[in-house]
Design a protein around this ligand. Structure first.
Ligand code: NAD
Length: 334
């Protein structure tokens, strides 16, 4: 396969580094508005060459395009690449609006090509382990997911912190819960004001699943420490996923409350037991994501994170933006 990578700013070089390991990749065209960035990649990686900027490069006979450009450009570039007959993998979030995402899905159907979104956390071994843990029933019914994703920067000018970081949490929430929220609320603040494009740098988003299950996401670019911590509250056991702790990312706590002991003086009676740390085999999730892209092309099937998965995340982000603009009122997802 001849692959075109569009955009080698911050994230694109990671895509290129992983791509060169795939034997099915015959050559990699590197496209960037800044030819010096493309030339730097070509000097470093085998089987790469400098390609034209997009969309001009789409006419040059590539089999697939990987779009790693700022979010506002995703819809137009992906649509042009599909129209030119390529399979397309778009970095998260798929698009800026629900309408754009729907148009892309329809275009991919029309031309019979694969459309995939780079929800990289879906492919993370730690997240797969968490999903397996929930599916095994060990945690019981999951009552809540509570996530903190904060760091000092990276401040972006094209999107706010919600669009930058929360796609990761929403990807994990969907994988773990296997269901969609029915309404969403978000409040945020612009604590560090960008000179030209002031954006929220901190957001608290609450997801209501309509059946008592709650999700909460705290994203912040203005934090003294880096934290990527998620609590999974089951009614049998609870788990904590600490993405920073690569040696022991998941801890399962055998704790909770005893049932039907209303006559005890401190109802409900608390139960605290052992902590279990499952062993997780590491693999770079971006590599797993690219393998899934190529497998879906070779097998003629939808990738695990297809256009619809991208649409579901954009739908929640779009509703959360409406809530942000109305000071946190709950917005129903229809
Ligand atoms: N999965 C992850 O963990 C992760 C991490 C970071 C970024 N991302 C995503 O990757 C995408 C890019 O983010 P980034 O941080 O690398 O942005 P960036 O601004 O650092 O880089 C984008 C690059 O795209 C190039 N570009 C823009 N339009 C182009 C065009 N028409 N043709 C060719 N090149 C073009 C720019 O010149 C720039 O070099 C975003 O969607 C972002 O959300 C994902």
């Amino acid at each position: 396969m001849k692959i075109l990578v569009v955009g080698v700013g911050y994230w694109g070089p990671n895509v290129v580094r992983n791509l060169v390991d795939f034997p099915e990749v015959e050559s990699i065209g590197i496209s960037d508005l800044d030819p010096a960035k493309a030339a730097k990649m070509v000097a470093k990686f085998p089987r790469t060459h400098v390609a034209k900027p997009a969309p001009e490069a789409f006419a040059d006979g590539y089999d697939a395009a990987i779009i790693v450009t700022p979010v506002d450009s995703h819809a137009a570039l992906a649509e042009a690449a599909l129209s030119a007959g390529m399979h397309v993998l778009v970095e998260k979030p798929l698009t800026r609006t629900v309408d754009e995402a729907k148009r892309l899905i329809a275009k991919a159907d029309e031309v019979g090509k694969r459309l995939m979104v780079g929800h990289v956390f879906h492919y993370k071994p730690e997240v797969r382990a968490l999903v397996d843990l929930v599916k095994s029933g060990e945690l019981g019914t999951v009552k809540y997911l509570d996530s903190v994703r904060v760091n000092l920067g990276l401040f972006r000018s094209d999107v706010n912190v919600l669009w930058d970081l929360a796609p990761h949490d929403l990807t994990i929430f969907e994988a773990v819960l296997g269901k969609q929220p029915v309404r969403v609320s978000a409040i945020g603040a612009k604590h560090v004001v960008h000179p030209t494009t002031p954006q929220e740098t901190m957001v608290y988003m609450t997801l209501d699943y309509g059946d008592g299950t709650l999700g909460h996401v705290h994203v912040n670019w203005y934090s003294p420490v880096k934290q990527r911590l998620m609590m999974v509250g089951g009614d049998k056991k609870m788990a904590v996923y600490d993405d920073i702790n690569t040696a022991e990312p998941i801890r399962v706590y055998d704790c909770g409350t005893y049932d039907a002991v209303a006559d005890t003086p401190t109802y409900p009676a608390l139960r605290t037991g052992d902590v279990h740390i499952p062993k997780i085999k590491q693999e770079e999730p971006l590599k797993v994501q690219l393998r899934e892209f190529f497998s879906s092309i070779q097998e003629g099937r939808a990738p695990q994170t297809d256009g619809n998965a991208g649409l579901r995340v954009v739908r929640i982000l779009e509703a959360a933006m409406k809530s942000l603009e109305q000071d946190g009122v709950f917005v129903t997802l229809d």
